[in-house]
Design a protein around this ligand. Structure first.
Ligand code: AMP
Ligand code: ZN
Length: 113
């Protein structure tokens, strides 16, 4: 947890482009965008996998899914969007603090590789 990039961003120890924050989450611009608009919605609690969630973690995650569509304009989601939650090795998870990728602003294909 001490070495977690997203926990450091939450504590203000690493700069980020924050577009939204409340007691349950922060939404930042991804540093290496994979679509025209690419944000990350990060619950404030540190946990890696859906399978590891406590009830409180699950409540924060539910808040994330409720808040993202409410920020349609701010996040540029009007034309449709994709949410991705990478879990573990096969998915290529590289930051071990659960986060939701929010991709939008363009048509997207469907290729897992
Ligand atoms: P994942 O591969 O699903 O774990 O996604 C991690 C994401 O975090 C990647 O899309 C990275 O580009 C992004 N990322 C890593 N470091 C930072 C950072 N300091 N600020 C914003 N995004 C970051
Ligand atoms: Zn963390």
């Amino acid at each position: 947890m001490e070495d977690c990039i997203f926990c450091k961003i939450r504590k203000g120890e690493i700069p980020s482009q924050k577009v939204y924050e409340d007691d349950a989450m922060m939404i930042i611009k991804d540093i290496d965008p994979k679509a025209k608009n690419h944000f990350l919605c990060i619950p404030k609690n540190h946990f890696k996998l859906l399978s590891e969630m406590t009830e409180e973690d699950a409540a924060q995650l539910a808040r994330c899914f409720k808040t993202i569509p409410a920020l349609e304009k701010e996040l540029g989601l009007e034309g449709g969007y994709r949410l991705i939650v990478n879990q573990g090795d096969n998915a290529g998870q590289s930051v071990f603090h659960l986060h939701i990728h929010i991709l939008s602003g363009q048509k997207m294909g469907w290729t897992p590789a």
